[in-house]
Design a protein around this ligand. Sequence first.
Ligand code: C2E
Ligand code: CA
Ligand code: CA
Ligand code: CA
Length: 278
Amino acid sequence: HAKETGRRWAWHDAEVDTAISRKQNLLAELDTALEKGQIWTVYQPKWDIPLDRLDGAEALVRWTHPERGNISPDIFIPILEKADRIADLTLYVLDRALRDFSRFDAERPGLVCSVNISAQLLHDPDFINDAIARVGLASLDNSQVVFEVTETAALEDMEASIAALEKIRAAGIRISIDDYGTGQSTMSYLQKLPVDEIKIDQSFVRTLTTDRANALMVRSTVELAHGLGLKVVAEGIEDRECMNQLREYGCDVGQGWFVSKPVTADSFNSRWIQAEAG
Ligand code: C2E
Ligand code: CA
Ligand code: CA
Ligand code: CA
């Protein structure tokens, strides 16, 4: 029996080793991947619910690895965050998105461009300055840019986070609290944070029409947010019933497969920009 346990441990160690070396490989490969265009962005449309028209899109990063194929951001983002390499990736995505949106904006002015910013970057003044400068240089108006920050990490070290958020907002860039509802947000916390928008997590939105508790959560969040003067975005809308329900609740913006899956810059341009303009 002891022998068997020993073998199981040996096997477990090998598995852990593979996981560790995979992580190290990804980190070592980041620069090459950025240079060779193996890291790229897709855009998921956001729909203005009351106006019934395109509001903008969120940039989502993709990594097509030469041997491993497509790696999910849920896998590589946390690795880059832990290794303090997330600033490089984020600036790359931001630049890409700003460039693509400058092109879209020429055809369809006023589109909103959302980019995900890991909350730990709020504690990196070089990153914050750099990001603000890049938005400033882009032809888009700064108010067309939204930084989506997850609520859990925004809670850590409130003072420093608030200072960074205020700096971003002072530049005219808007702030959205991402994955709202999954962390520990309270009303008093929301009141303290200098934000413009909250984005209700898809785990509440997807089951809206079948789960009464989630429906209640979404409805009361819309009311709360509007009471605080914030815009509300719902993510993870997968069918028409869900969209209709959100419209009834007064939700401002919707995103999800019902509107569109994330698409490449070229298809966003042809399907959403040219189609609307034409
Ligand atoms: P997120 O910011 O909450 O993005 C929404 C995720 O839900 C995306 O997954 C999107 O493809 C997916 N999704 C959208 N609509 C639906 C729907 O109707 N149903 C379902 N089931 N899923 C939907 P994705 O692209 O795999 O991204 C996963 C996470 O990775 C993102 O979650 C975000 O936290 C992170 N991420 C992606 N791109 C970036 C980035 O450039 N920077 C940083 N820091 N994080 C990123
Ligand atoms: Ca997001
Ligand atoms: Ca600008
Ligand atoms: Ca989410």
